[in-house]
Write a protein that binds this ligand. Structure first.
Ligand SMILES: NC(=O)c1ccc[n+]([C@@H]2O[C@H](COP(=O)([O-])OP(=O)(O)OC[C@H]3O[C@@H](n4cnc5c(N)ncnc54)[C@H](OP(=O)(O)O)[C@@H]3O)[C@@H](O)[C@H]2O)c1
Length: 416
């Protein structure tokens, strides 16, 4: 094997290890590491959860003294900062006698952004950067968006008929897609930190919004976030009574009745109060980012989906399309509201993937932001001031994280 092929081969193993942490490392990135000496793998590791050792540290512990003189493959630049519970990985690497480090991509965290690589090079370690870079960037898209903008990465998930309907004229939507597609939908929940639905869906379907994956070890529920500006939610709604370790948050506004707030708190719900009489999604996303929830799934319905698209908060869409035609102007479309006048206003997607799930098709892609396909177009009026929405990746050292002092008091959190 050529040196390039050898490097790609070990980086691929590091990436597979990193992916074992999917859905469990927030707000940290997924990191996997492999240590190779004289053509043999002598250590492996991955980051399992925030607060536990980083992937490189685990691999070094696994290799022990065998790491000396070896090569470390890691999908993300090793950290060098000392403001976390875990010590800097650069110290551990230098202490181990590793001679060469192969890095998939620089860390977009402004606290690292090349400094980890610099530290290692200054100490005489050979560092090569950019092996399987695209795969590395794709794996940590969620982390990259969050660490650069402090906003969560948002995916819209829709289950629809071939003609774009998510429910019948009476609101019936169970089930549009088949078991394989629904199982995949639960995998998306398993990896998400939070799931958002509108009160319309809660009132019509009474969903529990849990992850139901019997054959997956350690499956877990995302935190549930219900958009309900006047607190129409019934106290016997499943989301308020379900057995789950994940919290239920009700996002509401100042017009919500105080007595209902008290009752909801008694049921264990967290109330997130937004200013004004409407819930503005970009501002809500800012709050969700502050909670450390970095991977958010929106599961509609039609009105919430429309507002998510209009407000520019979406990064990705996953449409599950069933081979069924429902028809009818009165059936709910996937994205409600009114349509723009011109096709130029349709939001383009890129990096598309098409996956067959039983009889259904999953179509996934990343959304371009308005300024990318309509130069000069203004941001939606409720965008967070000064915050550039990010589509896909920002280059390392791009936007600085938002300072805490910037998060002016636009909401009050009512504690339980
Ligand atoms: N197939 C699928 O993938 C799928 C998924 C989910 C739901 N559904 C179906 O969709 C239907 C419900 O859709 P829907 O459009 O009636 O209701 P919805 O989108 O679930 O909820 C809309 C309601 O949420 C509240 N809301 C608060 N803030 C909002 C904001 N920023 N943007 C939008 N809404 C906000 C509003 O009520 P307030 O003004 O009272 O706050 C609004 O009327 C049901 O039939 C359900 O079965 C299908």
């Amino acid at each position: 094997m050529s040196d390039k092929k050898t490097d790609e081969n070990y980086m691929s193993i590091a990436l597979d290890l990193a992916a074992m942490g999917q859905g469990r490392t927030s707000p940290n990135p997924m990191v996997g590491a492999v240590i190779v000496k004289e053509g043999n793998i002598v250590g492996k590791g991955w980051h399992r959860k925030a607060g536990t050792p980083h992937g490189e540290a685990v691999a070094l512990m696994n290799a022990g003294t065998g790491a000396e003189g070896g090569t470390l493959y890691v999908n993300l630049e090793p950290c060098c900062h000392r403001d976390k519970l875990t010590p800097p990985c650069t110290d551990a690497i230098l202490g181990s006698g590793i001679r060469r480090v192969v890095v998939g991509m620089p860390d977009p965290n402004p606290k690292v952004a090349g400094k980890g690589i610099e530290t290692l090079r200054e100490a005489g370690v050979q560092v090569d950067v950019g092996v399987l870079r695209e795969r590395c960037e794709r794996l940590n898209k969620v982390f990259t968006k969050f660490i650069v903008t402090r906003m969560p990465f948002v995916t819209l998930k829709v289950a629809q008929t071939l003609d774009g309907k998510i429910a019948t004229s009476t609101g019936e939507s169970k089930w549009i897609t088949g078991p394989e597609a629904r199982k995949h939908g639960h995998m998306l929940r398993n990896f998400a930190d939070a799931i958002i639905v509108g009160i319309g869906t809660v009132l019509r379907d009474d969903p529990s919004l849990t992850t139901r994956l019997e054959d997956v070890e350690n499956a877990r529920d995302p935190e549930r976030i219900i958009l309900d500006s006047t607190l129409r939610i019934p106290l016997d709604a499943k989301v308020l009574n379900v057995q789950s370790k994940a919290k239920t948050h009700i996002v509401t506004t100042l017009v919500a009745p105080t007595a209902k707030i008290k009752e909801l708190k008694k049921k264990g719900a967290e109330i997130l109060m937004m200013e004004g009489d409407a819930i503005k999604l970009p501002l809500l996303m800012e709050e969700i980012g502050k909670m450390g929830l970095i991977n958010v799934l929106i599961e509609g319905g039609s009105r919430v989906n429309a507002e998510a698209l209009r407000s520019g908060v979406l990064d990705k869409a996953a449409f599950f399309i069933a081979p069924k035609i429902l028809g009818g102007d009165d059936a709910r479309g996937s994205i409600g509201g009114s349509s723009p006048e011109s096709l130029d206003m349709a939001v383009p997607l890129f990096d598309m993937r098409f996956t067959r799930l039983g009889e259904d098709l999953m179509v996934e892609g990343y959304l371009k932001k308005p300024e990318e396909y309509q130069p000069g177009r203004q941001q939606p009026s409720d965008s967070v001031a000064g915050l550039q929405p990010v589509a896909g990746l920002q280059p390392a050292g791009g936007l600085p994280p938002r300072s805490r002092s910037n998060g002016h008091r636009r909401r009050k959190r009512h504690k339980k």
